[in-house]
Ligand binder design. Structure first.
Ligand SMILES: Nc1ncnc2c1ncn2[C@@H]1O[C@H](COP(=O)(O)OP(=O)(O)OP(=O)(O)O)[C@@H](O)[C@H]1O
Length: 273
């Protein structure tokens, strides 16, 4: 049977015939249409595609923030289908990190308090030295006591990355992490994500160091050029992949996708052209 296309040991995230529809009847929208994709342990993948192609939906389903209509999601060897909300919350807390375009820091808390927050919410009592070393990893030594309002956008995003790293996640999901940043800050943030992917880390509570995996949604071909691979979506389907992408190659592929009418992107069997 051709229903186990990947080895779970090699893939940090597996999506198998993942479908997510919204609404019903005439207003039904299929945001993801039988997407099958694997994200190897230690890899850095950029997810791109025209507006409305399903990128955010893919990230939300893969990260256990949204439930697919059908299909399977396996994260860090754990099948998400059928999991209770409580177990999903624990999985997100312990194994997964998130970085969003809008940083989502708590404005009343200092950088170090923001970074320590997920650990505290998990009932841990992180040592100050531990938090400070994560902030130093993202180049923010000396800014520990600053509140978000006293930091630039790029620095705030680095606090958000430090917060995501503090729990030592196996998989980091980033949704447009450079969407609100200038080009200099973008480079810094992308360099951090690049360094994070593939580096071995010991998950909190787990004995075995695992190379870390990054999955990033972006509109920006330059950002995508930091990834090992780009997965292109159109109309909720994977239509192409590009290995070792250059900015120019990504921009050209994206422009071609955006100028192709939806009806011509697939053949009748749904196979990418
Ligand atoms: N909660 C929802 N209810 C109804 N339709 C939705 C919902 N979320 C997404 N959609 C639809 O699903 C499709 C895919 O949306 P999604 O946000 O995943 O695309 P995207 O590629 O991330 O777009 P963008 O680049 O504009 O952010 C779109 O047609 C969108 O309108």
């Amino acid at each position: 049977m051709h229903n186990e296309p990947f080895s779970a040991a090699d893939e940090a995230v597996l999506l198998w015939r993942l479908t997510r529809s919204y609404g019903s009847g005439d207003s039904r929208v299929t945001a993801l249409d039988e997407v099958t994709a694997g994200f190897p342990v230690g890899s850095f993948t950029a997810v791109m595609g025209p507006s409305g192609s399903g990128k955010s939906t893919l990230l939300q389903c893969a990260a256990g923030l949204d439930r697919p209509t059908s299909g399977r999601v396996v994260v860090a060897g754990t099948e998400l289908g059928g999991m209770s909300e409580k177990r999903l919350t624990l999985l997100r807390r312990d194994r997964i990190g998130f970085v969003f375009q809008a940083f989502n820091l708590v404005s009343a808390l200092s950088a170090e308090q923001n970074v320590g927050l997920p650990l505290r919410l998990a009932g841990a009592r992180p040592k100050r030295a531990e938090i400070r070393s994560v902030l130093a990893e993202v180049g923010l030594a000396g800014r520990e006591r600053h509140r978000p309002g006293a930091l630039s956008g790029g620095q705030q995003q680095r606090v958000a990355i430090a917060r995501a790293l503090a729990t030592r996640p196996e998989v980091l999901f980033a949704d447009e992490p450079t969407g609100a940043l200038d080009s200099e800050s973008s480079r810094l943030v992308l360099g951090l994500l690049r360094g994070f992917a593939g580096a071995a880390d010991t998950p909190r509570g787990g004995p075995d160091p695992r190379p870390r995996t990054v999955i990033m949604v972006t509109h920006d071909p330059f950002a995508a050029s930091y990834a090992d691979r780009v997965l292109f979506l159109a109309d909720g389907r994977v239509v192409d992949t590009l290995e070792r992408p250059s900015t120019e190659a990504v921009a050209a592929r994206l422009a071609a996708l955006e100028s192709t009418p939806a009806s011509e992107r697939h053949d009748s069997a749904g196979t990418p052209r």
